[in-house]
Write a protein of this length. Structure first.
Length: 132
């Protein structure tokens, strides 16, 4: 029984592009291939330890994001942008996984700013239309 793996995969689920067997297998192969790129087992383990909290944070963010999306509390645009960030945080390829919390925060802040600007433009257009 693979309850822990199934739970982890359910936490990685993408509402717009759901995981399927082929995608899951690809993720596992990416993980194995990335491990082969390290110079030593110690370097690989060091990277795993360094990035496990980022991975866990990504899982938590994804679960929350999906709950907001399912409840129609966020736009598809925001969902997709956040999924791109979460993908970097939970990448099975250890060489590609986001490692720097400062970078993660900057990427998140940029998403918030971008969505806020987009929302303000839409509200401004609605106001102009209503005045006309």
């Amino acid at each position: 029984e693979h309850r822990n793996i199934d739970t982890m995969l359910s936490l990685l689920d993408d509402r717009m592009f759901p995981l399927n067997r082929a995608k899951i297998e690809s993720m596992i192969y990416d993980s194995i291939d990335s491990m082969r790129q390290f110079n030593s087992a110690e370097e690989c383990v060091e990277t795993m330890v360094k990035t496990i909290d980022m991975f866990s944070l990504g899982l938590t963010m994804n679960e929350t994001l999906n709950a907001f999306y399912d409840a129609d509390k966020i736009t598809p645009e925001f969902y997709m942008k956040m999924r791109m960030l979460i993908k970097k945080m939970t990448d099975f390829n250890l060489k590609e996984r986001l490692q720097d919390y400062g970078e993660a925060l900057t990427l998140y802040e940029n998403i918030i700013k971008d969505v806020s600007v987009s929302k303000n433009k839409k509200n401004s257009a609605k106001t102009k239309k209503n005045k006309a």
